[in-house]
Design a protein around this ligand. Structure first.
Ligand code: NCD
Length: 307
C-alpha cells in the first residue's frame, strides 16, 4: 500500500507524472469529474488548516468522490486517548484514502503503518509537508518552466517551517540549484536538513539574516510565517515574529521575473501592497495545490487498485 509521508517517497519521474496529470486536469476537468465516484477521502486534521484540508476536500469532490472527517483533535476520540494506530485502523473501515495532519513528527508514518488504505501526510509537526511541496512544484513549473538553474531564497522560520524542509528535499534532486537561507539566528534550518540533504548532495547554500542583501540574486523567494504554535515560550515568538516583512520597497533590487511564493497563511510577512505585483504567486500556489492533490489522490487510488 503506497502512502506519501515524505516528498522523497516519489521519484523525480513520479513527480513529473503528477505534474503532467495536474496540467491535464487544468485543461480537461470534465475528463476527471467522475473517476472517483463512490470513493471516500477521510480528512483527519488534528491541527488547524484552511488550504490543505479544504483543497483536499475540493479535490475529492471534483473527482466525483465524497469526504468525511474531522477538523480538530477535540472532536475525535484522540481527546479520549485513542492512539493514532487505532484511529488509522478504524478509518480504514470507512474510507478509501486518508489525508492526515498532526502536531507530532512521525504521526503520518505511524498511521500509514497501521492503515489498510493509503495515507497522505498533510503535515506532521515541524517535520514535513509533502503536499504543500506538490503545490510549490507545480507553481515553480508554471512560473519558471524548469526546476534546474534556480537560486531559491527561503526566508523566515526555517527551523519549524515544515514546508521549507520538504521543498529543500524536493529541489535537491535537480541540477544547479542554489539555496539562500534567510532567517534569524534562532530560526535557522535544522542541522539534520543541512547535513542529510544539502551537504550530502553537495548543494551550494548560504545562510544570512539579511533579506535585502540576498534579494538581487533570487529567482524564487519563498516567504514563511514564524510558527507560533511550535515555540516553547510566547516571548521568543513576539521577539521574532516580525523579523521579515516583505514590502514593495524591499523588492527594489529584485529580479523582474522573481517569483514570490508563500505556503500561507500569511501573518505579517508579506505586505498586502505586494499582492497585485505580477511577481506575487501565492494565491496561484493555492489553486495549484488543489490540482496537485487531485493528481495525487488519483495516483494513490490507482496504485491501491481502488479505481
Ligand atoms: C503551512 C503548514 O501547515 O505547514 N500551511 C499550509 O499547509 N499551507 C504553513 C504554515 O502553517 O505556516
Amino acid at each position: 500500500m503506497k502512502s506519501i509521508i515524505d516528498i522523497l517517497d516519489f521519484t523525480v519521474e513520479e513527480l513529473d507524472e503528477l505534474i503532467a496529470t495536474a496540467l491535464d486536469i487544468i485543461d480537461n476537468p470534465n475528463k476527471y469529474a467522475h473517476i472517483c465516484d463512490g470513493k471516500k477521502l477521510a480528512t483527519l486534521f488534528f491541527e488547524p488548516s484552511t488550504r490543505t484540508r479544504l483543497s483536499f476536500e475540493a479535490a475529492m469532490y471534483e473527482l466525483g468522490g465524497n469526504v468525511l472527517g474531522f477538523s480538530e483533535a477535540n472532536s475525535s476520540s484522540a481527546a479520549k486517548g485513542e492512539s493514532i494506530a487505532d484511529t488509522a485502523k478504524t478509518v480504514s473501515c470507512y474510507a478509501d484514502i486518508i489525508a492526515m495532519r498532526h502536531p507530532k513528527e512521525g504521526a503520518a508514518f505511524v498511521a500509514a503503518n497501521n492503515a489498510s488504505i493509503p495515507v497522505i501526510n498533510a503535515g506532521d509537526g515541524g517535520h514535513c509537508h509533502p503536499t504543500q511541496t506538490l503545490a510549490d512544484l507545480l507553481t515553480i513549473r508554471r512560473e519558471k518552466g524548469r526546476f534546474n538553474n534556480l537560486t531559491v531564497g527561503l526566508c523566515g522560520d526555517l527551523k519549524f517551517g515544515r514546508t521549507v524542509h520538504s521543498l529543500i528535499n524536493a529541489l535537491s534532486r535537480y541540477s544547479n540549484i542554489k539555496f539562500v537561507l534567510i532567517s534569524p539566528e534562532e530560526l535557522k534550518l535544522p542541522s539534520y536538513v543541512k547535513k542529510d540533504i544539502l551537504q550530502k548532495n553537495n548543494i551550494p547554500y548560504e545562510q544570512t539574516t539579511d533579506l535585502e542583501a540576498a534579494m538581487p540574486k533570487l529567482d524564487i523567494l519563498y516567504m514563511t510565517r514564524v510558527q507560533r504554535e511550535r515555540f516553547f515560550n510566547e516571548e521568543d515568538y513576539l521577539r521574532l515574529k516580525d523579523s521579515y516583512i516583505l514590502t514593495p520597497d524591499k523588492l527594489k533590487n529584485a529580479k523582474s521575473d522573481l517569483s514570490i511564493l508563500h505556503p500561507l497563511p500569511r501573518v505579517n510577512e508579506i505586505s498586502v501592497a505586494i499582492d497585485n505585483d505580477p511577481r506575487a504567486c501565492y494565491f496561484k500556489q493555492v489553486l495549484n495545490g488543489k490540482y496537485m492533490r487531485m493528481a495525487l489522490i488519483l495516483k494513490l487510488l490507482k496504485e491501491a487498485g481502488t479505481i
